[in-house]
Design a protein around this ligand. Structure first.
Ligand code: FMN
Length: 189
């Protein structure tokens, strides 16, 4: 199964999540190419049977390169097997607080609305955790995101290195990857 994972990142989480998904798919016998859409322009996706699109989230929006990719290849993507995931630094807070309204709102805005806009029919969707790296944030972003530190810690996420909180659940990412491989096989059967 020739697979493309195309991702967009600001702080690096979507890159390492993409690498982990690629590793899982290789273990399942898939052939995988991982591309950072900010560094490399994708001109053609005709060789790929499965396309996985990963995007960071900032201010409830995914990055511009992801939108451009979806817009450019929407016709082809409709005919392929696709999966979409986003990296959300704040999801862990709403999960911990049991704020299902916000979780549902984000799921709809970040994933469902996007699929509708491009009439896609993905096999799998996910909102994974992300990384809050206060060392890389600008002054204003740091000031706003500082308000979340207590909530992130209350949700059980510890500071990994000074200023860095990784809210990802790697087991969730690995399980999603395994399930995706299974769904792709069933799709083809
Ligand atoms: C200024 C700013 C705004 C953010 N806005 C959101 C948001 O609206 N929703 C969300 O889930 N995470 C938000 N985050 C957290 C990011 O999703 C998190 O940092 C994620 O890891 C970004 O992906 P990346 O590491 O691949 O860049 C924001 C982070 C910053 C610095």
């Amino acid at each position: 199964m020739n697979t493309l994972i195309v991702f967009c990142t600001h702080y690096g989480a979507t890159a390492s999540t993409s690498e982990e998904i690629a590793k899982g798919l290789w273990d399942e016998g898939f052939e995988v190419r991982v591309v950072n859409s900010k560094r490399e322009k994708i001109r053609n996706i005709s060789d790929y049977e499965l396309v996985i699109i990963g995007s960071d989230m900032k201010l409830m929006r995914c990055c511009g390169e992801t939108e451009k990719f979806l817009k450019k290849f929407q016709d082809e993507l409709r005919r392929k097997k696709t999966a979409i995931f986003v990296s959300s630094g704040t999801r862990v807070i709403y999960q911990h607080e049991g704020d299902t309204d916000t979780l549902e709102k984000e799921w709809k805005k970040n994933l469902v609305d996007k699929i509708k806009r491009y009439s896609l029919n993905p096999i799998a969707l996910a909102s994974f955790g992300g990384v809050l790296d206060y060392n890389q944030m600008g002054f204003l972003a740091r000031k706003t995101m500082n308000l979340l530190v207590d909530k992130i810690e209350a949700a059980g996420v510890q500071e990994q290195e000074p200023g860095i909180y990784d809210t990802r659940d790697w087991n969730e990412i690995r399980k999603w990857t395994k399930d995706l491989a299974q769904k792709v096989r069933e799709y083809d059967a």
